[in-house]
Design a protein around this ligand. Structure first.
Ligand code: GAR
Length: 212
């Protein structure tokens, strides 16, 4: 059984998509805990109601990033995870944290990386005038919003899009690609060659949606 710990900061819809896929597809995995840096994160209620252990660690109670991350590692490691999944976990992580989970730390970012790292990705996409936008699941490395990419989903950008309509279109794809990437990890189908992630047997690592 692969042990998975999911970190969230808010709504937790990606966490929800992963939990639902794990249940519907009877993954040989256990969601050992959902942990939030915000005690009031809405996603914690969903996890609780699905019988998943939840914990929160309020980053505001710590003097600095290093102290918070060190305590977070202790909390996570109590659940002996094989995989740590960042699902809307809105914290910049220290090198110590990232290195501790090297090769078993996944993140989802709402853009076609390496385009638009950081925050407000949908606004960035609209401002740049791109005709295609999307989301990326990637392994986390020390460089913010970089690291070997597992799967991407692209969506069209329409002339009348707002950041909200675009975010909604992208989020629908996030809920497809994140569970898929986690499933690949559980099934031992992922290998990393330099910056490239290979899936064996091969399967498309790009989803192209024509959603309106
Ligand atoms: C998602 O769109 C995710 O890609 C993004 O936050 C949202 C969380 O939604 N993550 C980042 O921007 C990370 N830099 P959720 O809580 O409903 O999953």
């Amino acid at each position: 059984m692969t042990s998975i710990v999911i970190l969230i900061s808010g709504r937790g819809s990606n966490m929800e998509a992963i939990v639902r896929a794990a249940q519907n597809e009877a993954w040989p995995a256990q969601i050992s805990a959902v942990i939030s840096n915000r005690p009031d994160a809405a996603g914690l209620d969903f996890a609780r109601s699905h019988g998943i252990p939840v914990a929160s660690l309020d980053h505001r109670q710590f003097p600095n990033r290093a102290a918070f991350d060190a305590e977070l590692v202790k909390l996570i490691d109590g659940y002996k995870p094989d995989l740590v999944v960042l699902a809307g976990f809105m914290r910049i992580l220290t090198g110590e944290f990232v290195n501790h989970y090297e090769g078993r730390l996944l993140n989802i970012h709402p853009s076609l990386l390496p385009l638009f790292p950081g925050l407000a990705t949908h606004e960035q996409a609209l401002e740049a005038g791109v005709k295609e936008h999307g989301a990326t699941v990637h392994f986390v490395t020390e460089a913010l919003d970089h690291g070997p990419m597992v799967i991407q989903a692209s969506v069209p950008v329409y002339p009348d899009d707002t950041a909200d309509t675009l975010a909604h279109r992208v989020l629908k794809q996030e809920h497809i690609i994140y569970p898929r990437a986690v499933r690949w990890f559980i099934d031992n189908r992922i290998s990393i060659d330099q910056n490239r992630v290979l899936i064996s047997p091969p399967e498309s690592q790009l989803l192209v949606s024509q959603d309106k």
